[in-house]
Design a protein around this ligand. Structure first.
Ligand SMILES: O=c1[nH]cnc2c1ncn2[C@@H]1O[C@H](COP(=O)(O)OP(=O)(O)O)[C@@H](O)[C@H]1O
Length: 216
């Protein structure tokens, strides 16, 4: 691997992100870059193929760099986290801040990566399923669609009978920053998945990883 690639991957492990307090973090870490992203989700009680529970729809997207992530982005100098989040979300998914404003009460977690000098703030907003579908279909008319954002994706929260397909396979994608942790943390916090379901999906996901690495 070239050093540029090695450097990128060596500074982007989930374990490189340590939790910090959100309050005063712009001041406490003023030499750092700050970014804010958000998970928009809707509960969905529908079952399909007579067995699988949808549980919820969670909006993620494929980014320009091929990674999966959540809408959001870097906070500009002098901007508050909430204003920056709202601006980025409007650019990336066309969400009207007057209809869907984010508040401090939507904050879920903040993490810092001392290697990359980046602070990541994460928010979550629950909407009704009909609103979710409307937001998702509007994404393709946003300013950044086709540039920073290549398309919306929903997260399969179920695991199929074989124990692998569904969430475990999905978790083997490449996730930007600590977005995989943000996803699972929110799924637990909002009771979309149980701790046991998450642990089992992660175990199955690791088993897939081992098999794929051994065979290549
Ligand atoms: O969904 C996410 N969750 C956690 N971290 C993310 C997510 N998306 C991007 N990041 C991290 O935040 C940094 C800035 O985010 P992003 O690339 O969205 O900003 P930009 O659109 O303003 O350039 C990225 O380089 C990456 O490290």
């Amino acid at each position: 691997m070239t050093s540029v690639v090695m450097n990128h991957f060596a500074t982007n492990f989930e374990s490189d992100y340590e939790p910090i307090d959100f309050k005063n973090s712009l001041e406490d870490f003023k030499e750092f870059q700050h970014a804010a992203h958000a998970m928009i989700f809707a509960r969905d009680t529908e079952r399909f193929w007579n067995a699988l529970e949808k549980k919820a729809q969670i909006l993620m997207h494929i980014r320009f760099d091929g990674y999966l992530g959540f809408p959001g982005g870097l906070i500009d100098k002098g901007e508050s986290v909430l204003v920056g989040l709202q601006r980025e979300i409007q650019e990336e998914i066309g969400l009207d801040p007057t209809c869907f404003p984010f508040a401090n009460s939507d904050h879920v977690s903040s993490h810092i990566n001392y290697k990359t000098k980046l602070a990541l703030h994460f928010f979550a907003k629950e909407v009704a399923l009909e609103e979710f579908k409307m937001l998702e279909s509007n994404m393709m008319t946003s300013k950044e669609f086709g540039v920073e954002v290549l398309g919306p994706t929903r997260v399969p929260l179920y695991t199929m009978e074989d124990g692998y397909r569904g969430l475990p396979v999905f978790l083997n994608n490449m996730f930007i920053g600590n977005s995989r942790h943000q996803l699972l943390n929110c799924a637990l916090k909002f009771n979309l998945l149980t701790k046991q379901e998450i642990d089992e999906a992660l175990e199955a996901s690791n088993r897939i990883n081992n098999v794929v690495n051994k065979s290549s």
